[in-house]
Design a protein around this ligand. Structure first.
Ligand code: ZN
Length: 307
């Protein structure tokens, strides 16, 4: 299942664009639906909560001065996210910031509705903001194929910029490749030292992308290379990303639900929180870079063989 999803992510979009067969589209739609099943919200650690769907992630960061939500899922995910925030005992009206990872329909699709329902402002990297405001149109890889309701970005942030919210510092890290302004967010959790650092990693896959001779983005390979280098240096105690399969959301959620240490951790005398997974974070990055390098080598070989 995990492998098939990974493979799917890598090829689905290429199929959609290159082979407009109805059956493939139907398969893709079924797969997307399977990513968007409602799941119970829960606390990941300290003031960081899961409010997303079965695979399409969304996170809630709570503070005494208002809250932040990271990513809005598909348009159909927004009502789930709002219901999950309420289920956890928080008010959508107290959400002040909507942080965007990247302008793809499955992560930014619900932002317009979340902004409308909460009154929060959308925060995104300056590099990603134009694509969010175009609703994903004119994507360098997907063109106008996979669009979503456009959003107004109220605050554009630079690489390394910190967004303070009620004593919590949320840091933007520009990690382009998957999109031009793909943004990973990080924050330190709780008050007890040493504090755990959560990394909400932006997608690093290259689903059907042309890496060699890409006229729309000649620097795409260098962008990915810099991103893999940067992500390897960021603290990643609590490993999270845009898709649940990247960090085994389902398995960790199940272990957490069995009482294996959610919101406690060894310092509090409880077992380890399954979401604290430095090794998993490192292993995923190494694997993703290996896949990227293999795809790049393949495309370079193909381009060398072309007359
Ligand atoms: Zn994406």
């Amino acid at each position: 299942m995990k492998v098939s999803r990974l493979v799917f992510e890598a090829v689905a979009v290429a199929f959609l664009v290159l082979a407009p067969a109805v059956t493939l589209q139907a398969q893709a739609t079924d797969e997307w639906r399977s990513w968007n099943r409602p799941v119970e919200p829960f606390r990941i650690a300290a003031n960081l909560w899961y409010v997303g769907a079965s695979d399409i992630t969304s996170y809630l960061i709570t503070t005494g001065a208002g809250h932040a939500i990271v990513d809005g899922g598909f348009p159909e995910t927004a009502p789930q996210i709002l219901a999950n925030v309420r289920k956890l005992g928080f008010e959508p009206g107290d959400v002040k910031l909507l942080l965007a990872s990247h302008a793809h329909f499955d992560h930014a699709g619900g932002l317009a509705e979340l902004a409308r329902a909460t009154g929060a402002i959308v925060v995104a990297s300056a590099e990603e903001a134009p694509a969010l405001e175009r609703g994903g149109r004119d994507d360098f890889a997907w063109g106008d194929t996979l669009t979503f309701p456009p959003v107004t970005v109220g605050r554009r942030v630079a690489d390394g910029e910190t967004i303070p919210l009620g004593g919590v510092s949320i840091v933007a890290h520009l990690t382009p490749g998957h999109t031009r302004g793909c943004t990973s967010w990080s924050l330190a959790l709780g008050e007890a030292e040493p504090r755990l650092h959560a990394l909400l990693m932006c997608s690093v896959t290259a689903p059907g992308y042309r890496l060699v001779g890409n006229e729309k983005w000649p620097g795409i390979v260098e962008a990915y290379e810099a991103t893999f280098g940067k992500l390897a240096t960021l603290p990643c105690d609590v490993f999270l990303s845009n898709h649940g399969f990247v960090f085994d959301l389902e398995g960790k959620r199940r272990r957490a639900a069995m009482g294996l240490g959610v919101a406690r951790g060894p310092a509090a005398g409880g077992p380890a929180n399954p979401f604290v997974d430095r090794a998993g974070c490192r292993a995923y990055l190494e694997e993703a870079e290996k896949r990227f390098r293999a795809e790049l080598a393949k495309q370079r070989e193909e381009s060398a063989q072309r007359p």
